[in-house]
Design a protein around this ligand. Structure first.
Ligand code: SF4
Ligand code: SF4
Ligand code: SF4
Length: 318
């Protein structure tokens, strides 16, 4: 059965397209594997009945906006995704006036790998969240499972319960902000010696296979030619040799300074379970500490790396 959010999404999308208020709706549709979802790009109001919304809708769809800068776009956004939209507006990568933000209520998204171990996608008919339980309906009946056992990693510490920016709310949620400190692990690591931190970084990165899925999923990674793909000069080899892996991640993380919103898209995309947020989170903490800045908070505030002030902290300059 269709959820109220799904029903409203289909109606609103059909209306926006048929009245030509937008040229394109970026949302979710069923994938090829059972209950699984994939991004949907709908231009014809007759196709809006393909749109779905369920707890597997984890992709941060704002990553696709760069490819559609010439269009008026409506986009489905969870509360954390709206922070990415704010980041792109702050960096003048998208025009606010060309965008219609359809904000969905969020109770957390489910990690498909964790769910698969419990209920294979092809046998699952529907998923719903009620209080702290995930209700899984399969061919064999209903199963209730504690939500915390199935949430995506970023959702376990999420404090964002409302969209930062929106044009239409497709529903409401009663979710309370998590009380767990999302930076706890990062603060422990930051207290260690530089040698210990380097060893931690090398050990974590040794899992990386340089597939670049984290970069591809990141809304803040929008350079026309990424340094990874540049051939003149060639900055690094595309191998899983640890030195190439280190150069890739260190350079990308520096590029995230004052820009990472902590959306978790990179974590969800990584096939090897590399804990990237241990390091990008430190960069977010530094932006707070040095510049009192949180990426994705306010479209009117300029990011620290786009502005200059004589009072900027400068103890890190050589
Ligand atoms: S991080 Fe927060 S807003 Fe984003 S999907 Fe998870 S629970 Fe929802
Ligand atoms: S680095 Fe990861 S958490 Fe940060 S904005 Fe990019 S995808 Fe989101
Ligand atoms: S997605 Fe994971 S494995 Fe792929 S490059 Fe990023 S960290 Fe490495």
């Amino acid at each position: 059965m269709m959820s109220p959010v799904e029903q409203k999404l289909q109606t609103v999308a059909a209306d926006l397209l048929s009245t030509e208020k937008v040229d394109l709706v970026i949302a979710y549709e069923r994938g090829t594997a059972g209950i699984g979802v994939r991004p949907a790009f709908i231009c014809d109001p007759a196709n809006t009945d393909r749109l779905v919304y369920n707890p597997l809708c984890g992709h941060n769809l704002s990553v696709y906006l760069h490819r559609h800068k010439d269009k008026k776009v409506a986009i489905v956004a969870k509360p954390c995704d709206t922070r990415s939209l704010v980041g792109l507006i702050q960096e003048r990568q998208i025009e606010r006036d060309s965008l219609t933000i359809l904000a969905v209520p969020c109770e957390g998204v489910i990690d498909p790998t964790r769910l698969e171990a419990l209920a294979p996608a092809e046998k699952t008919r529907s998923l719903a969240i009620e209080n702290d339980q995930l209700i899984i309906e399969t061919d064999n009946g209903q199963q209730h499972t504690p939500l915390k056992d199935l949430l995506s990693p970023g959702c376990c510490t999420c404090t964002i319960t409302e969209p930062v920016i929106s044009d239409q709310l497709l529903g409401t949620s009663n979710r309370q902000p998590c009380k767990t400190d999302e930076f706890a692990q990062i603060k422990v690591l930051a207290e260690k010696t530089s040698q210990d931190r380097w060893e931690d970084f090398c050990a974590e990165m040794s899992k990386c296979i340089t597939c670049f899925a984290c970069r591809n999923a990141c809304p803040a990674c929008y350079c026309t030619t990424c340094f990874v793909d540049a051939s003149g000069p060639k900055w690094l080899g595309k191998t899983d040799d640890l030195s190439d892996v280190q150069i890739f991640h260190i350079t990308r993380m520096v590029h995230m300074a004052g820009r990472c919103t902590g959306c978790g898209a990179c974590l969800r995309a990584c096939p090897m379970g590399v804990n990237l947020q241990k390091y990008t989170g430190k960069i977010r903490l530094d932006a707070r500490e040095f510049f009192d800045f949180e990426a994705g908070d306010d479209p009117e505030v300029k990011p620290p790396l786009s502005t200059y002030s004589e009072s900027d902290p400068n103890e890190f300059f050589m």
